[in-house]
Design a protein around this ligand. Structure first.
Ligand code: BMA
Length: 319
């Protein structure tokens, strides 16, 4: 397997040479896009749960699996479609989007955005086998997206990264805690967009954080507004191992920006957006991202380089 960055040999994220790794042509039911997938390891395989737009413009979540994390085969049926009855149906009416997966105590926790006439909320579901799925609760109020749960408890509490939005304090990264996954609180603001910076317009949690010797490594997204619309890029943040509400560093530089043709043009142009990254080994992080809200791509980054960027070339977390 060779990986390279076509545009910058020294780029932090080395793109896989056969990107994109999954497109709508690989899906055995009619969809218009394949993107923003949560990814995890399950029984010596990689599981990817990816978002697809239907032709009514609303999204569902499909599932694919892979031996090597590069070649994925999509299951014949979608994994998660809007609920048909009850509270979840009311809140998933306009679609389900951007799932993240977190493994704790043998259970895979799945957070996803639930869209409805009431706004966007985050829902939590869980599975042990990626066949059956149990919806647990809607775990935010409206105007939240991009919730990722840390794959470990801290002092008996679950921790998650949040992304509430309001006009006074737009789109920032917060942390909240819960004893039972349903009731969340003790929220605290961790990282804000920095003025005239690549993440100036908004930021949000991205991939489920991974544990390294130096801290929890979190790949997040940041958005910059240009005359040609928004550009979505990825950055890195390092959280304290024992208390992830402590930020050890946030990289000043982005680590990935739209460059390949399928990242520059598509359903929404100029977008790289992540919901999943897995450690291949202690040294290498494999990152998955949606390109232009249309296809799935992957690449690897050196863990020490990412940590170095957070610690040695940081920007203020509350910029
Ligand atoms: C965000 C979300 C993401 C999407 C991105 C770029 O607001 O909708 O799912 O990838 O915009 O369109």
């Amino acid at each position: 397997m060779t990986e390279h960055n076509k545009f910058n040999e020294k780029g932090l994220v080395k793109r896989y040479e056969n990107n994109p790794i999954l497109t709508k042509k690989d899906v055995p039911y009619p969809v218009e896009t394949v993107h923003n997938a949560g990814v995890t390891r399950y029984q010596n395989r990689y599981i990817m749960i990816f978002r697809s737009h239907l032709r009514n413009g609303r999204s569902i979540i499909g599932i694919a699996e892979s031996e090597d994390g590069l070649g994925f085969k999509v299951h014949p049926e979608p994994f998660l479609v809007p609920a048909k009855e009850g509270t979840f149906a009311e809140h998933e009416e306009f679609g389900v989007e951007d799932a993240r997966i977190s493994l704790i105590d043998g259970e895979y926790l799945i957070t996803y955005s639930a869209y409805s006439r009431h706004g966007v909320r985050v829902a939590l579901a869980k599975t042990r086998d990626f066949k059956s799925l149990e919806r647990v609760a809607l775990i935010t109020q409206a105007d939240h997206r991009n919730v990722v749960i840390f794959p470990e408890k801290f002092g008996g509490l679950y921790a998650r990264l949040d992304r509430p939005h309001s006009e006074i304090a737009p789109w920032s990264i917060w942390i909240s805690w819960s004893p039972d996954l349903v009731h969340w609180g003790n929220s605290k603001l961790l990282i804000k967009s920095a003025a005239y910076h690549w993440d100036e317009m908004k930021i949000g949690p991205g991939a489920t954080p991974v544990k390294t010797e130096k801290g929890w490594l979190h790949i997040y997204h940041g958005v910059f507004e240009t005359m040609d619309g928004a550009v979505y890029r990825l950055g890195a943040a390092l959280h304290d191992l024992n208390d992830p509400s402590i930020i050890l560093g946030v990289s000043d530089d982005w680590i990935l920006q739209p460059e390949d043709p399928w990242e520059l043009t598509g359903y929404v142009h100029n977008v790289v957006f992540t919901c999943g990254a897995v450690l291949e080994n202690k040294k290498t992080l494999r990152i998955y991202w949606g390109g232009a809200d249309s296809v799935m791509c992957t690449g690897t980054a050196d863990v020490d380089e990412l940590i170095g960027l957070c610690l040695e070339k940081p920007r203020p977390p509350l910029g």
